[in-house]
Unconditional design. Sequence first.
Length: 145
Amino acid sequence: MSTLTKEIVHGKTKYIQGDYYSKKNSCSFPYRSSYELAYLYQLEADVKVVSYIYEPFNLYYNDVNSKQRVYKPDFMVLYGDGSVIITEVKPTAMLKDFDVQAKAKAAKQYLVENYKDVDISYKFVTEKHLFNSDKEYTDFIKSIK
């Protein structure tokens, strides 16, 4: 599993971004955060995961100011049992944000309308799904730099 990591500085925050090569999919996927990279590692290691797609489709939602926006869920994951999960990787602290919830609502509605005959669901993936402790997270960050 090779990764190309670069730090992008926006204001005071550093974002870890790069490309990740997936053996399961025989292609590279971009990632825009350390959480997304950790999730890619999990997807690749999970024997139940057959394949996955990055930003599988565009959805429309109304933001906090009632302006229509485009939303691309982070991943569509196909499991060996035929089930599919659409995932959005977010820190727990952001889950109550109006726009994050509006995007989730739009995604769930889209799935109901377009995937009637598929076992498909939507879920958030947070740091609690990715790391067992703060130390595990800091060790992960050190390992990719």
